[in-house]
Design a binder for this molecule. Sequence first.
Ligand code: SAH
Length: 426
Amino acid sequence: MKTFCGRANPTTGAMEWFEEDENYDYHQEIARSRYADMLHDKDRNTKYYQGIRAAVSRVKERGEKAIVLDIGTGTGLLSMMAASAGADFCYAVEVFKPMANAAVKIVEKNGFRDKIKVINKHSTEVTVGPDGDMQCRANILVTELFDTELIGEGALPTYEHAHKYLVQEGCEAVPHRATVYVQLVESKRMWSWNKLFPVHVEAEDGEKIIVSPSEMENCPGLPSVCDIQLNQMPSTDFTVLSDVVTMFSVDFSKPVKSASTCYRVQLEPVKSGKAQIVLSWWDIDMDPSGMINCTMAPYWVKSTSAFQWRDHWMQCVYFLPNEEPVLQGEKVCLTACRDEYSVWYKLQKASEEENKADVRVESPVCRCQAHLLWNRPRFGELNDQTRMHQYVKSLIKVLKTDSVCLCISDGSLLPVLAHYLGAKQV
Ligand code: SAH
């Protein structure tokens, strides 16, 4: 038997299918595809190296041995940086077996066998003690467990556990802290990935408007983050309604709490408009002073940030449950809620905010089914007026009053269009 594997063509970006043997090792597939982009992120690598060198120096200045715990070592890169920086010993923990195997080989090949111990376990399974995986708790904690949403790969529970069981109190952490930023915007383009807009159809007997049912209008959509390259988004595609503000930050050198929580900020709209979208990104400070900073800020916030191409960390688009009119200068309150793995947002008038009974904001769950049927690009496609117009024009050409249409499709609007344009039966 053979099996098909989907793979992105590196030149065109298109997904292509390859036939592989039934014994094909899927682990290698995942390992190859996921790590390369991150390893080529020079800005990230340079800053990690600077941060790690600074942390090792601080520990050495205190006259202590530098014992590093690198959670999620991948290829072993950050542990090798630590060893190069003079760390006395590194525990490199990696849960993904093919990666842990690779790390063993890479560490060996680079001559770090005596300094780095690769542990093929999830960090929460790691034991400390004379017979344990680690001889003692570490005093430097190095990780790179972040996704575009910062916490989506489970960084918070991993840190929470590590502080309780694997590192010393007062340890150095690289990165030292992460900060999540938000900005409120109005954007017809981005909103079109979440809501179905009314479709205007010029039929022979006048204009008709197809509207979505109220269930769809009021549906909060999906909880999964919409991650995009905001640096590719022309400034004409959105209107900034607020300044950039800090939503929350996490100090990784102190015990971390992963339990669900909410954060609240007051925003003073810089412009009147329809608040639809919260744009968000984060940065990490590799050291306590904040001098070594790696940022995902988009071009209109930090003009140099677009220079580093990275696909492994992009920016987040959060859809508010409903669009809310805001007035310039009239304060509103933005609430971010998170569980262990994801974040979602709600906007309230500042006066409503007094009513704190309302603070537990439900995670968005699609109630209308449309968000389960159509992904975000598909929503955008269905809302594309030019595209819709072409379909309407073509349908008008072929439809007669006695037309009986058979539509073969998954969740397209064609049957509705055909009906509105006068087909006898669809
Ligand atoms: N540190 C490497 C790789 C980062 S990717 C680098 O910076 O290049 C994150 C890695 O962490 C993945 O290989 C993933 O399998 C691993 N990982 C995530 N959470 C983990 C955990 N709690 N314990 C062990 N490995 C983990």
